[in-house]
Design a protein around this ligand. Structure first.
Ligand SMILES: NC(=O)c1ccc[n+]([C@@H]2O[C@H](COP(=O)([O-])OP(=O)(O)OC[C@H]3O[C@@H](n4cnc5c(N)ncnc54)[C@H](O)[C@@H]3O)[C@@H](O)[C@H]2O)c1
Length: 421
């Protein structure tokens, strides 16, 4: 039996959720503290996260100012710089622009590039003693996941905070159900179904004479080497809820997938994975990105004494007197993430979500490797056994290749073939 810590105190201490349950307004000098933030990756989510952080500061009565921005593309850095009132000499661009940002006086950096860059950027941010907000997922391969975990441990030693963009962990309905699940409202969880079945994301055809590196950056949700594939990039949210509610990551993954509709890159369109969590607990995951199909984004848990939707209805089979504590969170979980981060920095009480998001990222990666190869993929062979088949699987081009070159894009429309090796 895996040991599960379910006391109220340990539940609260185990995540930034604790801050939500105990949400105290910031008072006096704490509220007057000014914080400087900087953004690396000025796309849709990066600029969205920056706006969320500014909003979070307002709700806490704390002044937050953007002092630097960085993007591969000059125009995107400029647009973000203008929007957030950053001095033009702090609009950095290029694949090394993150280094310029980390040399500024920013207290907090927001990492919102495609996920293949996250391990390098997190390591550099922690080395520069910055607090971090980083978007999910946080890697595309097992070595990247291990780098995130290591950087997260260094951050702990340095007293730095890291909050991840797995926003369900900051959402009231999920926090309530996670608490009740941990306190046995549906008994022991023995199975779950997690889904992200939706339409396709955007894709960008190659421009005439476009360098491979820029094509891959512009079209990153089409390339496994950039995104991890959509089981990692998007479905990580639901896999994260499974790991959170069950209280541990899976020990193995076995599944399949395929490609029917995509036009560029090398990703699959759909995956169906059985995750083995040990002790007879299994989670079935399905994700699909094809238009004009039935859509479902949710998590369903089956316990020995009832069932529960991730952030929804609970149907216990036994009457139990378990009350969740009052949860005080912002209505928008994207803002709440930043409230947790700002509060932790101001109060000097670090939160660190790096391991949770690293484990959820690896959960998706394991499913992808299994579908691509047709093999059973064990957690240990990715994380703890250096002789494991997948331990050193590093997707190319790597983040370093983008910075130092050369970058050769994988051919469009050539995909992994299970059983090929
Ligand atoms: N939590 C959520 O709900 C949520 C929602 C959307 C996206 N995301 C995540 O946020 C991240 C960004 O997604 P997006 O939708 O904003 O993508 P996007 O394409 O809109 O933006 C990414 C930006 O990063 C820039 N960039 C790429 N490589 C860079 C590098 N090495 N250095 C500096 N800039 C670089 C790109 O030029 C682009 O402007 C992804 O990890 C994605 O999975 C999370």
């Amino acid at each position: 039996m895996h040991e599960r810590e379910v006391s109220r105190r340990t539940f609260l201490a185990s995540s930034a959720a604790g801050a939500a349950f105990a949400a105290m307004p910031l008072m006096g000098a704490a509220a007057r503290r000014r914080l400087k933030i900087a953004l690396i990756g000025c796309g849709g989510r990066g600029t969205g996260a920056t706006a969320n952080c500014l909003e979070a500061g307002k709700t806490l009565g704390t002044e937050v100012r953007v002092v630097a921005v960085a993007d591969v593309f000059e125009a995107r850095a400029r647009r973000a710089g203008e929007r957030f009132g950053v001095a033009p000499e702090r609009w950095f661009h290029g694949f090394s622009a993150y280094r310029n940002v980390l040399e500024t006086e920013a207290d907090i950096v927001l990492l919102a590039t495609p996920p293949n860059f996250r391990p390098v950027h997190l390591e550099a941010a922690v080395n520069a003693a910055k607090h971090v907000f980083m978007e999910k997922p946080v890697a595309v391969d097992p070595p990247g996941v291990r780098r995130i975990i290591a950087a997260g441990e260094t951050a702990k030693q340095k007293g730095l905070s890291i909050v991840a963009g797995t926003q369900r962990r900051h959402q009231g309905t999920y926090l309530r159900n996670a608490f009740l699940a941990a306190h046995g409202v549906i008994g022991e969880i023995v199975a779950a179904n997690v889904y992200w079945c939706g339409g396709r994301l955007w894709y960008k055809p190659r421009l005439p004479n476009e360098p491979d590196a820029l094509y891959m950056v512009r079209n990153w949700v089409s390339f496994t080497e950039m995104s991890g594939d959509h089981i990692v990039e998007q479905h990580v949210h639901n896999l994260d809820v499974a790991n959170w509610f069950i209280g541990r990551p899976p020990v193995a993954a076995l599944g399949f997938g395929g490609r029917a509709r995509r036009k560029t890159g090398d990703q699959y369109d759909f995956f169906s994975i059985d995750y083995d969590y040990g002790d007879g607990v299994h989670v079935h995951s399905m994700c699909r990105q094809i238009n004009r199909c039935y859509n479902a984004v949710r998590e369903f848990f089956i316990g020995t004494e009832g069932t529960m939707w991730g952030g929804g209805k609970i149907q216990p089979t036994l009457e139990k007197d378990i009350a969740a504590p009052k949860i005080e969170v912002h209505a928008n979980p994207y803002v709440e993430e930043h409230r947790a981060l700002l509060r932790s920095v101001i109060q000097g009480e670090p939160v660190n979500e790096s391991r949770n998001v690293a484990e959820s990222t690896l959960t998706g990666i394991m499913g992808r490797i299994s579908a691509y190869t047709g093999q059973l993929v064990r957690w240990s062979d990715c994380i703890s056994n250096p002789k494991g088949r997948w331990y050193s699987l590093a997707l190319k081009p790597t983040a370093d290749d983008f910075e130092k070159g050369p970058v050769v894009a994988p051919p469009d429309d050539v995909v992994a073939l299970p059983g090929a090796s």
